[in-house]
Ligand binder design. Structure first.
Ligand code: NAP
Length: 258
């Protein structure tokens, strides 16, 4: 049986991947900070899929010792790594706290890079494996440091895809648009006014990513609406892209950050 390690597996897109992979017969290693929620997910998954093994790793991936512990588990050998845990900052760079910016880089850039580095040797050795990096459509816009961090993840994934594609390893950068999860509430972002057709569901996102991974794609953009938008932000003139990026960033700000 294959084993998948998912970071941020207790909510949103990560939780949806956990259900999808359990249905596909994967043993799971679920990573997040909240142990009660991890246990709850384990109970729910075991009820439906008693045949799979589920390990829980309570870890704050912005803390070096916790990240090292998860890395050590990845080094032992896994078949699929999903770098998914993430959060967003609702403040512009001139208003944000340095600590939050550091945590953003640690979670969105350092953790995926380190876990990928740890997981790859065993995958290369067995000549198979897969990595899904949950990036964002924001990786193509200039909407604050979140966009900058997600740009790293998308370019890193593209580069790694080229490097390991002949070794039997698949690498996918998943670039969703707005998805109904706990993300915006946790980041205290103002999302009222966003038209309904722009919202994706977490299950829609994980399902399309899974299909695209099987097809050997390097970038996955779920939803017709985001296929159109991503074409504009990827190939449109940069001054326009910068304007779109900052407009979105300013709209998401907390009221007191005005
Ligand atoms: P979510 O519902 O808020 O879930 C985030 C998950 O990450 C939770 O399981 C959370 O669990 C975990 N997590 C957060 N900080 C962590 C830390 N320091 N260490 C370990 N785990 C941590 O968010 P989501 O929307 O599913 O986000 C998943 C990914 O999708 C993120 O990378 C996000 O940037 C990306 N994304 C989201 C959207 C969107 O509109 N929702 C769009 C594009 C991309 P604990 O709190 O228990 O640790």
């Amino acid at each position: 049986m294959k084993t998948a390690l998912i970071t941020g597996a207790t909510a949103g897109i990560g939780e949806s991947f956990a259900r999808l992979l359990a249905r596909n017969g994967y043993n799971l290693i679920l990573v997040a900070r909240d142990l009660d929620r991890l246990n709850q997910r384990k109970i729910e998954l075991r009820e439906l899929h008693p045949q799979i093994k589920i390990e829980l790793l309570k870890a704050d991936l912005t803390v070096a010792s916790d990240l090292n512990m998860v890395s050590a588990r990845a080094e032992k050998g896994i078949d699929l790594l999903i770098n998914n845990a993430g959060f967003g900052i609702n403040k512009t760079f001139t208003k944000s706290e340095f600590v939050q910016e550091q945590e953003l880089l640690d979670l969105l850039v350092k953790a995926p890079m380190q876990l990928t580095h740890s997981a790859l040797p065993a995958m290369l050795n067995q000549g198979s494996g897969a990595i899904i990096n949950v990036s964002s459509i924001a990786s193509w816009i200039a909407g604050g440091t979140y966009s900058a961090a997600k740009s790293y993840l998308t370019v890193f994934s593209e580069s790694l895809h080229s490097e390991v594609k002949d070794s039997g390893i698949k690498v996918l950068s998943l670039c969703p648009g707005f998805t109904r999860t706990e993300f915006h509430q946790r980041g205290r972002m103002r999302m009222n006014g966003l038209p309904n057709f722009l919202w994706l569901s977490a299950d829609q996102v994980s399902k399309i990513a899974w299909r695209d991974l099987q097809r050997g794609r390097v970038i996955s953009v779920p939803g017709w609406q985001y296929k159109i938008i991503s074409s504009i932000v990827r190939f449109g003139p940069r001054p326009l892209v910068r304007k779109i990026g900052m407009n979105i960033k300013m709209k998401q700000r907390q009221r007191k950050d005005k």
